[in-house]
Design a protein around this ligand. Structure first.
Ligand code: COA
Length: 258
């Protein structure tokens, strides 16, 4: 498979997808989301692939979020559509794949990056990983499932604090929270994930696919629909204009009162 923003490789029955825009810290622009959709789809349908690992290129970032430069001018409707399309093409799509997906978090996993890691079936991270949902610092909320999956994984109070502060947590805290299953040295990250993947690959793919469906069935879809609407509504606010403009101008935002 040939792509502009991602790389794919297969070693025996394990596939690795690498998001490859290191100069933009692997930020997810629309083309990358489309390419990821296609790669996940093809690999999921490939009977020779039993596990997919997704990681980021370079030593610094898994994914530093959705590409802010692409949506700073969007309207309310365009904002809602952005979230709905992204959820459908990538985040829900990955969560519902029959093939197990492991996120190998090799650095910053922020905003859409953490949301992608959380949509994977589980996460392993390297010791330099930093995770957070900084959307409120931009005047918006997480729109790729973050308001739903973060509380599912770490509990409501911890999720509220992370979403409200927009701050980052380090690997120790992420491990303590249960956001990542394992923490390993950066050079060990892929070998470690491949070791878990080979254990999974020895088990019944049909049973695993059924288990994924059963686990997912335990979580309501309602919150995701609410998130899309609420995310879109943020695009109509002055805070959103100020937050995204400040990021692109590399300055601190000045938000108005309530
Ligand atoms: N969207 C678009 N571009 C992004 C990006 C994003 N989410 N995250 C990083 N980039 C770009 C930067 O604009 C910069 O591009 P430039 O070199 O053309 O100016 C490049 O990636 C490197 O990032 P930089 O900010 O210079 O690296 P840093 O080490 O100083 O800071 C971060 C790293 C992750 C703290 C910082 O990039 C950041 O805060 N990113 C945005 C995180 C975010 O808010 N994500 C949620 C989006 S909804």
């Amino acid at each position: 498979m040939e792509f502009n923003n991602i790389l794919t490789e297969k070693e025996e029955n394990i596939a690795v997808i690498t998001i490859n825009r290191p100069s933009k810290l692997n930020a997810l622009n629309r083309e990358t989301i489309r390419e990821l959709h296609e790669a996940f789809d093809v690999l999921d349908k490939d009977p020779g692939v039993r596990v997919i690992i997704v990681t980021g290129a370079g030593p610094k970032a898994f994914v530093a979020g959705a590409d802010i430069s692409e949506f700073s001018e969007f309207s309310v409707d365009e904002g809602a559509l952005l979230a709905a399309k992204g959820q459908e093409l990538l985040f829900d799509f990955v969560e519902r794949l029959s093939t197990p997906v492991i996120a190998a978090v090799n650095g910053f996993a922020l905003g859409g990056g953490l949301e992608l890691a959380m949509a994977c079936h589980f996460r392993v991270a390297s010791d330099n990983a930093r995770m957070g949902l900084p959307e409120v610092t931009l005047g918006v909320i997480p729109g790729y499932g973050g308001t739903q999956r973060l509380p599912q994984l770490v509990g409501k109070g911890r999720a509220m604090e992370m979403i409200m502060t927009g701050g980052m947590i380090g690997i120790e805290q992420a491990h303590l929270y249960g956001l990542v299953n394992h923490m390993v040295a950066q050079e060990e990250l892929l070998p470690f994930c491949k070791k878990i993947a080979s254990k999974i690959a020895a088990n019944s793919p049909k049973a695993i696919a059924t288990a994924i469906k059963a686990v997912n069935a335990g979580f309501s879809r309602e919150g995701y629909r609410e998130e899309v609407k609420a995310f879109g509504a943020c695009f109509g606010t002055g805070d959103f204009k100020e937050g995204t403009t400040a990021f692109l101008e590399k300055r601190k935002p000045e938000f108005k009162g309530k």
